[in-house]
Design a protein around this ligand. Structure first.
Ligand code: GDP
Ligand code: IMO
Ligand code: MG
Length: 420
């Protein structure tokens, strides 16, 4: 069985939580795109684990973590993450494999990400400054360096020195500190030794597993509203986030289930239009109650009502078969809850796909108001014990999106969910 879990909004929907619970008995949990701009949280018996590069399913005893070819890697961050997990007593020896085709996020990529952001001034995009855009642009302009080179030290050294010298010239024009090539080479030599034991042909492993009908879970990062092609570019991340990215990023095809993770309201970090954004006490209350601060950068997340127009688009473009709705518990106590069911621009109805960033910033959301519920639903595990208004809210989402709800998450912890 192959399952794909994607973020149906602007990221931070709770993918980590859903991936962990769906991969309880999985043979493989796979990251296949993005880098450590992702921040996925898994909570096990009150203990929080934040993953940026390791697959969120890795804490499950028998699940092998796979970092497939489409993922871009900051080796320093990955090694830290491995160390943290191993400190919990879980050895990743034979439990983690990494494709040699993965491109490396190098120090000059991070410096360039920061330099471009600073140069944009008030027009900055709000990237995570993890070097994502510059790494992916090097990948497609044939200037990237992969784990493959790191396996062959002299190749890595030559390419790194060549690229770093060019990048240093660009950094100099930005008035930014240059990369210390010698120091970085020494550091990468130490990284190399630590990372080599994990390198394997991930395609072969997954292909064999797929033929044996093993349980493989593909963990989407970010949200489809940040997809490089389908977001209001340039308010995007550098990767494709849709289902096709599973194929390019891991070589695998034909998902049996495609789970859209939908947060019961909207959040976003970074710049760009957010049609249903709220600038009032309700937003502040949701942010504080829900601790809506970035898992990667700690930035406060922007908050809005659930945007069903955007979410319907993301479910369509991915071919979602199931919904996992998270964080309805944060909405408990609100008298009324609004959901956006349409967009209007200059008095006329407009579709999401007809909008660029300018239209999205100017349009007026059409809202439907639904009654809220008072009861605290945190930790509830049975649908029938949810307050009726909460059930109705969730059913409204399901009807609008025309995708069935399979999971309702009722808290951050691994055990806090309802399976339908
Ligand atoms: P991801 O990037 O999609 O994996 O999401 P993040 O981990 O960045 O942010 C989601 C946050 O919500 C994390 O702190 C999770 O522990 C938490 N979370 C997930 N599901 C629920 C839920 O149903 N209720 C509550 N209150 N928190 C949740
Ligand atoms: P997870 O997987 C939320 C956003 C950044 C910024 C834009 C570009 O945790 O849901 P980048 O560093 O990718 O070049 O920044 O994309 N972004 C995310 N926002 N969650 C994420 O990942 C994100 N990944 C990228 O905030 O607006
Ligand atoms: Mg996140």
């Amino acid at each position: 069985m192959k399952q794909f879990v994607f973020g149906a909004q602007w990221g931070d929907e709770g993918k980590g939580k859903i991936v962990d619970l769906l991969s309880k008995n999985a043979d493989f949990a796979v990251r296949f795109h993005g880098g450590n701009n992702a921040g996925h949280t898994v909570v096990v018996k009150g203990v929080k684990h934040a993953f940026h590069l390791l697959p969120s399913g890795i804490l499950n005893k028998n699940t092998v973590g796979v970092i497939a070819n489409g993922t871009i890697l900051d080796i320093g961050v990955l090694l830290d993450e491995i160390e943290k997990v191993e400190k919990t007593g879980l050895s990743l020896h034979k439990k983690l494999i990494i494709s040699p085709r993965c491109h490396l996020i190098l120090p000059y990529h991070k410096a360039l990400d920061e330099a471009y952001e600073n140069a944009r001034g008030n027009n900055r995009l709000g990237t995570t400054k993890r070097g994502i855009g510059p790494t992916l642009s090097d990948k497609v302009s044939y200037n990237g360096i992969r784990i493959y080179e790191l396996e062959r030290w002299s190749h890595f050294k030559d390419k790194f020195v060549f690229q770093a010298k060019i990048k240093n010239k660009i950094l100099y024009t930005f008035g930014v500190k240059k990369i210390n090539i010698k120091k970085e080479l020494a550091l990468f030599k130490t990284y190399r030794k630590k990372i080599l034991p994990y390198i394997a042909d991930t395609y072969e492993v997954l292909q064999k597993a797929s033929k044996k009908n093993k349980h493989i879970l593909f963990e989407g990062a970010h949200g489809v509203m940040l997809d490089i092609d389908w977001s209001p570019y340039p308010f995007s991340t550098g990767s494709n986030v849709i289902t096709g990215a599973v194929n390019t990023g891991s070589g695998m095809l034909k998902m049996d289930h495609i789970y859209g993770v939908v947060k019961a309201y909207t959040s976003r970090v970074g710049g760009g239009p957010l049609p249903t954004e709220l600038f009032n006490k309700t937003a502040d209350n949701i942010r504080e109650k829900g601790h809506e601060y970035g898992t990667t950068t700690g930035r406060p997340r922007r908050i809005g009502w659930l945007d069903l127009v955007a979410t319907k688009f993301t479910c369509e473009v991915t071919g979602a078969t199931d919904l996992a709705i998270t964080r309805s518990d944060i909405l408990s106590g609100l008298k009324k809850i609004k959901v956006c069911t349409g967009y209007r621009l200059k008095g006329k109805k407009i579709q999401y796909t007809a909008c660029g960033y300018d239209e999205l910033a100017k349009l007026k959301p059409v809202y439907q108001t639904l009654p809220g519920w008072n009861k605290d639903i945190k930790g509830i595990t049975k649908w029938n014990t949810l307050p009726l208004n909460c059930q109705n809210y969730l059913r409204f989402i399901e009807r609008y999106l025309e995708v069935k709800i399979s999971i309702v998450s009722t808290g951050p912890d691994r055990d806090e969910f309802i399976r339908l």
